[in-house]
Design a protein around this ligand. Structure first.
Ligand code: MN
Length: 335
């Protein structure tokens, strides 16, 4: 395994353009790490393009140069294909299974040989072939890894780069509250603030950006809270009728409501969409690992934060709920 400093050297010596991708339905860490790395390349006069399956969520569009991100729904796919045809290096961020790139990017990415992929990620159970893998499951965010690379390479991130990297660290730690928030992470965040990230403004732009409709959806989710007999697993299930005016992006973060109940050890959000998609998000308290529950539905993620996508053709939401109750109890009992 190369050191992060050596990997930066490899990146700097790579032919241009370099492509950067992160996961479908990008969050603050996916967008922040992609743009953070892109800005580090900018500082070094290196030509790079960010190509994503999904569009940038509205609350992350304030990030410097987010409008330069090339998203499949917004760009003619031939242009993105041409970039893949001309690029020799693909940086893959915040995912460790190429299916998480999304179908179009995954397929286009196949034109770049695995040896010329570099993965930066912090999820468990990697299943991706890449020439270089910087997968550190003890880090809080991919942005932390990119910032560590800058630090190791002796680069001071520009204010724009620092803003993007700080954002991903803040969002993936739920504002420095989730596991893996430690002294090193806070020192890293402090360094990014010293480099020009504004923590107050970033929090305001990312978090205080809900539409009234989204807040009402949150209200609907709170009203739908249900639990098992032991009252330690709390689940929100929203059906197609409740979601018909919303998108998957609108449900981001709703699952956190489930762990706010006193005594809750596992929480889940099951959303059933009008077109048949079922999205599952599962969270747990430290010491309880729930990624295997998500894996049972073809998903994955972290020990304490996992998710999966399936369809109504495969599972009824009630089956999923009951499975989470029964498997969740097993996880809690072995704690
Ligand atoms: Mn992440």
């Amino acid at each position: 395994m190369e050191s992060l400093a050596n990997t930066w050297q490899i990146l700097c010596e790579s032919p241009e353009p370099i492509l950067i991708s992160a996961h479908i339905d990008p969050d603050g860490d996916a967008i922040g790490s992609s743009l953070g790395l892109w800005h580090l390349f900018q500082q070094h006069g290196k030509q790079a393009h960010i190509v994503l399956q999904s569009i940038v969520p509205p609350n992350l569009r304030f990030l410097p140069d987010s409008q330069s991100i090339l998203c499949i729904p917004q760009i003619e796919s031939g242009k993105i294909q041409a970039l893949f045809d001309s690029a020799t290096l693909h940086c893959i961020l915040d995912l460790n299974n190429s299916s998480r790139l999304g179908p179009v990017i995954q397929q286009m990415g196949d034109s770049i040989v695995p040896d010329n992929r570099i993965v930066f990620d912090h999820h468990i159970n990697p299943a991706i072939s890449a020439g270089l893998q910087h997968i550190y499951t003890d880090t809080a965010a991919t942005c932390e890894i990119i910032a560590s690379m800058a630090l190791a390479a002796g680069i001071e991130p520009s204010p724009k780069a620092a803003t993007c990297l700080y954002t991903g660290i803040m969002t993936d730690t739920g504002g420095f509250r989730f596991p893996r928030t430690n002294g090193n992470l806070l020192r890293m965040a402090a360094w990014l603030i010293d480099c020009g990230a504004n923590p107050v403004e970033i929090y305001d732009r990312v978090m205080n950006s809900n539409s009234p409709a989204k807040l009402k959806l949150n209200g609907m989710a709170l009203s739908a809270l249900q639990c098992n007999a032991e009252r330690d697993i709390w689940i929100i299930h929203l059906g197609p009728e409740q979601l018909k005016d919303y998108s998957v992006d609108d449900t981001e973060g709703l699952v956190m409501n489930t762990l706010m109940v006193e005594g809750a050890k596992i929480g889940a959000l099951i959303t059933q969409w009008p077109e048949g998609l079922i999205k599952i998000s599962i969270r747990s308290k430290p010491g309880i690992s729930i990624n295997e529950i998500a894996a049972a539905f073809g998903g994955g993620g972290h020990a304490q934060a996992s998710g999966a996508r399936t369809t109504i053709a495969q599972y009824q939401p009630e089956q999923i709920r009951d499975f989470i109750y029964s498997e969740g109890r097993k996880k809690i009992s072995i704690q």
